[in-house]
Design a protein around this ligand. Sequence first.
Ligand code: GLP
Length: 233
Amino acid sequence: MEVLYTKTAEEGSEKAYQLIREALDNGAKVFGLATGSTPERVYEKLVESDVDFSEAISVNLDEYVGLEGTHEQSYQYFMEQKLFNHKPFKESFVPNGVNEEQAEIERYEAILAKYPIDLQILGIGENGHIAFNEPGTALDSVTHKVELTQSTINANKRNFEKEEDVPRYAYSMGLASIMKAKKIILMAFGENKAQAVKDLVTATKADPAIPSTVLVNHPDVTVIVDKAAATLI
Ligand code: GLP
């Protein structure tokens, strides 16, 4: 695991943007994408650039159960607003939050089997979750329905009018699905990520209590952290 320390989130986003461009130039075709505030600036940079994803495929990590893709807080909507409407891919996949559980799991696993991910972008939750894989998720998990923890609900409620509006469940790629990506870039910015960053970069083995630590077993992970997120290291 390579850890890149940058002064600011802006610098970290620039670095991630460059790595994405580099991957595309080197033939990457399938991009695993993440939502959340962390990758927003990277998407802005891609939108402002001349990068061309028209022959590439995107596969998103997760979606809230119960939200239609047209719902303003759905991850489908987020991706359209931040990236897809400006930089269309040949095809883009996001879990369907209103599909029935088993059907959605099968649909998404088939997508992942057809389009193995070349480069996966990840953020990290304050409790160490990646995608919506909460603490305790099996290391060999594939796409699954997740019950969100109170920590995640608290962190994500800022995007909703009130806490009760935050969905309690999500569909998420599993830890084993994420580990299949050829290359992974995880970004963590801000003081509220300091503990999660410490737990990740000091981990010596994968521990289901801290889902991000599954990444210690991956051969090509770049972690980009800003100064604020590195304060506990
Ligand atoms: C959500 C998403 C994750 C994301 C995390 C951190 O729970 N499912 O994919 O990494 O939040 O979000 P943020 O980048 O807004 O801190």
